[in-house]
Unconditional design. Structure first.
Length: 365
């Protein structure tokens, strides 16, 4: 019988943690994925000290899971939160300075990686190259997760071309009744915010390192996200300052990388993956977008950008392959009209629902 999620979690209940409890309890194991016997998951320790103390539990877990029937390989990543994202709290203002609503400023000093109060998981959606459909995937995935009953936030951090206001059908400037915090917007069951709604068009493009870091801190800290199961962050393409800042300063659950099957897109995706790995951000999986085109007239299936390249890459580097999403006119039109395809009755929304379900089953959303 193929190995499954429950059998692994049961086995992990036998791995004791220093200080009490086991790996099978609480919310310690995240991103559990099983693909053809290849098991991968993330152990999330509450802080760096615990992470060091849990190292022996990690190696016990590896040996135990490897010995289970049907398991061909095991990959375990340990991450540590430096701030515990529990009860929602007001963001701490910079020492001596009143919080400013002007987005884009120098950052406030910060120790280590920080979570967002009240937010359980933070997932960055990245791509090596522009135009591969990262924003389309982010909006559809956010709506799909909301349809599954999850509390979902979507932050559009793509300063070069913020597209979530158009894709989610929102355009009004977020309010700030107290002049300190920012109220996010809501669309299709998702709590959302875009840098594009806070700054004049083109303003953010000239920002570099420190300004971007300040803006990201504000987006994560001053926006009243409330209690969320998961916050998706739609990143700009490539491996620039936003990605770097976010990976270094935010306690990300992990990153999902979107690519088309073209060699050139894959080459860029590889660069993104290696950046996340170097910065200690778990790569939760790869998604192939535009993998197949089904002609609405005759039903003929064509692989315009090639096919299967992303799945092969995922296998090669040992990360989960999460989804293969079709290229379709309806998906593009739905995105342009402000109602993501998954929010409609169209069957083309199903692959996004399956993707969302997989993330929920894996405990990362
Ligand atoms: N599966 C798909 N089927 C049809 N059109 C798609 C699909 N995915 C994306 N598109 C279209 O391709 C264009 C680029 O997509 P999108 O903006 O999501 O990409 P991106 O990677 O976020 O781009 P950028 O990095 O430039 O922001 C959009 O017009 C979008 O509607």
């Amino acid at each position: 019988m193929p190995i499954d999620h429950d059998t692994i979690m049961k086995a992990l209940s036998a791995v004791a943690l220093p200080g009490g409890g086991s790996l099978g309890q609480g919310d310690v194991v995240k991103a559990l994925s099983v693909t053809d016997g290849a098991v991968s998951f993330v152990i999330e320790a509450p802080d760096a000290v615990s992470a060091r103390a849990w190292e022996s539990a990690r190696s016990d877990a590896e040996a135990l899971v490897k010995a289970l029937d049907g398991v061909s390989s095991v990959s375990i990543v340990m991450t540590a939160h430096s701030a515990t994202p529990s009860a929602p709290a007001k963001p701490a203002p910079a020492a001596g300075a009143a919080p400013s609503l002007k987005i884009g400023r120098h950052p406030t000093p910060q120790q280590g990686k920080q979570g967002v109060p009240g937010v359980k998981n933070i997932i960055a959606i990245a791509s090596g190259k522009g135009g591969v459909g990262k924003s389309t995937v982010s909006s559809n995935l956010a709506v799909a997760l909301a349809k599954l009953g999850r509390k979902v936030g979507l932050l559009d951090a793509d300063i070069y071309g913020p597209s979530q206001p158009r894709m989610m059908g929102v355009s009004k400037k977020p309010a700030s009744p107290d002049g300190e915090t920012i109220e996010p917007l809501h669309a299709h069951g998702v709590t959302m915010m875009s840098i594009g709604l806070m700054v004049e068009e083109g303003e953010a493009i000239v920002w570099r390192g420190p300004m971007l870091m300040g803006a990201m801190q504000q987006m994560l800290g001053q926006v009243q996200w409330g209690e969320l199961d998961v916050l998706l962050i739609d990143l700009p393409p490539g491996t620039g300052d936003v990605q770097l800042t976010l990976s270094q300063k935010t306690a990300l659950t992990g990153a999902i990388v979107v690519s088309t099957p073209q060699d050139v897109a894959l080459l860029d995706a590889r660069r993104g993956i290696s950046m996340f790995e170097k910065l200690g951000v778990p790569v939760l999986g790869l998604i192939e977008n535009m993998s197949t085109y089904i002609c609405p007239e005759c039903g003929h299936e064509a692989h315009i950008f090639g096919h299967g390249g992303v799945a092969d890459e995922a296998k090669k580097i040992g990360v989960p392959f999460l989804a293969s999403l079709p290229l379709s006119l309806e998906t593009r039109l739905a995105g342009d009209s402000g109602t993501p395809i998954v929010a409609t009755d169209d069957a083309l929304g199903e692959p996004y629902m399956r993707l969302a379900d997989r993330l929920v089953q894996g405990g990362i959303a």
